[in-house]
Design a protein around this ligand. Sequence first.
Ligand SMILES: [Cu+2]
Length: 230
Amino acid sequence: MVRGIRIQVWGALALVALSSVTLLAQGSVSGQVVIQERPGDVTEDLANVVVFLEPVAPNPRTTVKGSTKATMALDKRQFSPRITVVMAGSTIEFPNRDPFSHNVFSKANGGFDTGVYGRNRTKDQTFEEPGVYPLYCNVHPRMTAFVITLKTPWYAQAGADGRFELASVPAGEYLMTVWHDRATAETRELSVPAAGVRDLRMRLDARGYKFAQHKNKFGKDYTSATGDRY
Ligand SMILES: [Cu+2]
């Protein structure tokens, strides 16, 4: 009986040791992104920054399959949140919380169109292909949002101060991409040791950004008839 307990204790200790080793091999990757603006412009949308790591050579330890569910509400004539990052294969719900009708469509990666739907109704869409999907509403020209679908689980959105942290990244070689809707994405190689990487400094250039009104789902300009009268 005593011997049995001892074996259990040793077994538990071995488990603790094993999980410590596993934990040691996964560090966090953190840093801060700044956006270079035209003179006099102040960055107010740093929380739109998305950072993700893709393993250079996928192996069983860095190949993770997963899909998640996320919600982007249609609320006060806006998508909320405005940017959502998920793994490819994930489904996003678009509940309409306004007392009038909305629509969600995208032309990217094959595109989709939920049709127009009213208050308290919801539609969902599964995003199979990895990529960036600009989302629009065919009723309200100012409603814009982005869904980013990835093949990697190592991604994060920055805070309002541009700081980001990706937790539990297995040690290895990665391509690190920093994305923002007003800038050209930057990609660099990143070697992640078991202890992780801290204080990365990344800079994006938004000086070339120019707002352009997108077309409606028919590829035409929005007119007042399909504009804000709903
Ligand atoms: Cu709308």
